[in-house]
Design a binder for this molecule. Sequence first.
Ligand SMILES: [Zn+2]
Length: 562
Amino acid sequence: MVIDGTGEGAFEADVAISDGIIRSIGKMKEPGVEEIDARGAIVTPGFVDIHTHYDGQVTWDSRLAPSSLHGVTTVVMGNCGVGFAPVRPAHHDILIELMEGVEDIPGVALHEGLRWEWSSFPEYLDAIERLPHDIDVCAQVPHGALRVFVMGERAARRDAATPEEIARMGQLCAEAMAAGAVGFSSSRTMQHRTSKGEPTPTLTAAEDELRGIAAGLRRAGAGVMEMISDFDDLDGEFGIFCRMVEDAGRPMTISLAQRDSAPDNWKILLDRIERAAARGLPIKGQVADRPIGILVGLSCTLNPFLARPSYRQIARRPLDERVRIMRDPEFKQRLLAERAEGASSTLRYLAKSYHKLFRLGDPPDYEPDPRQSIAAQAERAGRAPDDIAYDILLENDGREILYFPLHNYTEFTLENARAMMAHELTLFGLGDGGAHVGTICDASFTTYALTHWGRDRQKGRFPLPWLVKRQTRDNAVAVGLLDRGLLRPGMKADLNVIDFARLRLRRPFIVHDLPAGGKRLMQTAEGYVATVVDGEVVYREGVATGALPGKLVRGPQKPHVT
Ligand SMILES: [Zn+2]
């Protein structure tokens, strides 16, 4: 059953591909040289994920997993203002600290993995192109790197840019677009910090700087903009973004999620986006299809016991050893009686949030019932919440994970996320593939859209063809990739064959395959019969075939003329 990315209903057909291009869709009389039996399955365009952070991984790893294990055939990286080009040798460490802090990618892995065979952004693009990949990659210019490149240490100190520096940033941005960058991104959130705890260089970049860069995009006549902000001064900040879009004449996306601290801001922001659209400004919200959630576990970056002295003593030991020690009732009693010492603010927040902490399970439950929270369980059992959490984390030989839905779950339902997803001025995104490797594993948003919103949710499901369109054609068009996201003759042969009845997510787990043995969360799915890139099968039933047809995509693309 072909679900072609237009949003129209499924239809039964053969899909004929040659030389990486879809040639015809219908009833084929001739057999193919190679055939995939898709009877009983759905066939969709490959998914386009517009929000990832593979900027480091793409330079050392041919596989852009987890995304490529979830039907994604094109990723856009360089989001949230962080990345590794342009760069001067003296500033390598600044960019690593920025990426480590903002996106939780271990600095040691970055130090070991990054070969820095580039200085300019065009040179970075060339370096990506030299390594074959499983799926296609698009790069954006990150404001953090751009600012440090032009302003040096003054950028990190968040000094104001001079008119000359602003002009230089605009010029470099235009040159990057000419070389094939697909956009520019910046961060204006206090949630983003370097590994030293400093705000990002771009946090307080002034309006004239942002508009100077936007003017660079106008001269290039290409590129999208991606922005993330706390919107503490919502209208002031949104006003700047509107003027950037006016100056650039280019579209912008803004991160949009419900935060507990300002639970109605997303509605106000959507209203402002609607008003901007009425004035002809192409601004859209980037939204998540589930909570943006922190994974808590004995092998994750966070667990509730990190700051207890007894845990500290065993923290560096291998998982199986820690599990053995923690199973000792005396050890448990001692640890639970201790107070946390020198806990980070996140850890303190976690310790106060047992009402919002849940067993994730397998298959994982990303819309958990509040009655199943650790606090609710503890109350029913007459036990302390940390006692319950302790036992759960020891299940499955210490591999069980607790789920802390940070955003989009203020009211313990995904109804707000649903409203954001359904809004015509939003795009599916925010999965952060490649980032937050010890705390978040949301690159599987694409699979979740189909399983939860297309099949499993009790109420408020969306039509499957619409869910497919959102993650294929809509996102492809948003970044100017008109050659993909549809199953049509002349389009790029990027597609998924999915056994929809069998499609399901598995519980995330830790692998130690980052450079320098660094660990990261990985998540797989069952039911992807085949993922095809450029007409070649890259994954069959989630297993890599060895084919690496993925390429660096340089700038906007047009369909092949057949
Ligand atoms: Zn991001």
